[in-house]
Design a protein around this ligand. Structure first.
Ligand code: NAD
Length: 435
């Protein structure tokens, strides 16, 4: 199937690189976003998100005349939906005493509704947003069929998960294997034809629900594996073992790969997507549910550790290093580091937070500092929450000269304990209990 013009709904971390890559590969692309600020910024040649290389790509796409930005869709050969799928903040359901979070599919619903007036026979629609199982068949198809056209026979309909890594999106978009699940084999074939415009990795055709499950299984596997690492770190503390040494030794086994414990799991994917399985089948997902609880409970575990190290938290001054949800990114969404800071403050500690990737972040109730030195000034303890490259390479002697704190708490195995002890620090590490 040949595509000349496509419409991409949602111009965020996924939609904007995708729309721009199609445009620079010769397709006419209408990029649609409901946020007027996004449309205005892009229309004036600006960019509203940070991703290496994206500015240059968007500029090239706009300059070529192939990418235009609009608040509304228009007729096209294909429609791609890349809108957010968070969970409902503060809304829960319960199954046998297990309280779980609920997916907010409002953006997918309204994006599908927006396509209906423009849908024509022979068009292709692809949902890329990470979604609960059967969303394509049970939610999106019925909405699109309000056009009077039938999914799979009058128009093609697919689910294709996005599996790119933030920081590497532009390369991975092209090189990663792409799973394309159709509501019919012809739909999958049509989806393949569209992605073949630029995808250099394998394109694998399957059905829509399998493709939805693939994405959720990938992220859930990470979550469960991190949960077991976190639980191991709690056990190590109980038995006086250094978890990092134990993991290193266990991972010498050729079929074992234990991940790293830490202050929890964040971001908008791994900490969110497992809930989609739990909501879809609470009776079948006790493991996934409990893994989520372990990871969501990890910030409390860190706070207990800090409390033990400091004796009490009331009035104590803590320099918190890092607020991002993972190393070397500026994304603070669902970050466990932010949660740790809130919890410490709730216990009466005075926390100054330093996040080099977003020093001016406006987080309710959190005292951000403009520099590391400012955070260290007058601190009673230094707490590292994110393994940013620049934190790993801090020189303890230099730090010692900048602060009166002589207690360093390492939750991410960033620092060489011997080096910090030689520089005069007492070092406390997550997953290690020397007493
Ligand atoms: N960011 C990632 O690394 C990543 C990776 C894999 C999968 N995903 C999934 O991709 C989807 C999109 O994620 P994202 O990170 O790009 O989100 P995002 O928040 O960066 O961007 C989404 C954009 O969609 C717009 N939008 C919301 N409702 C809309 C509508 N009805 N019509 C048009 N535009 C609308 C928003 O204004 C926003 O600009 C999510 O389901 C996410 O889970 C994201």
């Amino acid at each position: 199937m040949k595509f000349n013009k496509i419409c991409v709904l949602g111009l965020g971390y996924i939609g904007l690189p995708t729309a721009s890559t199609f445009a620079t590969n010769g397709l006419k692309v209408i990029g649609v976003d409901v946020n007027p600020r996004v449309v205005e910024t892009l229309s004036h040649g600006g960019i509203h998100i940070h991703e290496p290389g994206l500015r240059t790509l968007v500029e090239a796409a706009l300059k070529s005349g192939n990418l235009t930005v609009s608040a509304r869709p228009e007729e096209a050969d294909a429609f791609l939906i890349a809108v957010p799928t968070p969970f409902h903040e503060g809304q829960f359901a319960e199954y046998e005493g297990r309280k779980y979070k609920l997916a907010d599919m409002g953006a997918v619903t309204s994006a599908a509704e927006a396509i209906v007036p423009y849908l024509r026979k022979g068009n292709l629609v692809i949902l890329e947003s990470t979604s609960p199982p059967r969303t394509t068949i049970d939610l999106v198809a019925p909405i699109l069929e309000r056009s009077g056209l039938k999914a799979g026979s009058d128009f093609f309909l697919c689910y294709s998960p996005e599996r790119v890594l933030p920081g590497q999106i532009l390369r991975e978009l092209i090189e990663n294997a792409r799973v394309v699940g159709g509501v019919t084999p012809e739909s999958a074939q049509s989806g393949r034809d569209l992605y073949a415009t630029f995808v250099k990795g394998r394109i694998i055709e399957t059905d829509a629900t399998t493709a939805e499950m693939v994405k959720l299984m990938e992220n859930t596997t990470r979550d469960v594996n991190i949960a077991i690492a976190n639980e191991f770190s709690r056990l190590a503390e109980k038995f006086g073992v250094d978890i990092w040494e134990a993991i290193r030794l266990a991972n010498l086994h050729p079929r074992i790969n234990i991940l790293s414990p830490g202050p929890g799991v964040g971001g908008h994917c791994i900490s969110v997507d497992p809930w989609f399985f739990v909501e879809a089948a609470p009776e079948l997902t006790p493991l996934i549910y409990h893994a989520r609880l372990v990871n969501d409970g990890q910030p409390h575990f860190v706070v207990d550790k800090v409390q033990q190290a400091l004796g009490s938290l009331g009035g104590k001054k803590i320099a918190a290093l890092g607020l991002a949800y993972k190393p070397d990114v500026d994304d603070l969404r669902e970050s466990p580091a932010v949660e740790v800071v809130h919890l410490l403050q709730g216990e009466g500690a005075q926390v100054k937070a330093w996040e080099p990737f977003k020093p001016d972040a406006n987080l309710k109730g959190i005292d951000m500092t403009p520099s590391l030195d400012e955070a260290l000034k007058n601190a009673d303890a230094i707490l590292i929450l994110v393994k940013h490259y620049e934190f790993v390479h801090l020189e303890p002697n230099t730090i010692a000269a900048k602060t009166r704190a002589r207690l360093a708490i390492d939750t991410v195995n960033a620092w060489d304990a011997d080096k910090w002890e030689k520089a005069g620090f007492q070092i406390v590490r997550l997953g290690v209990n020397k007493s």
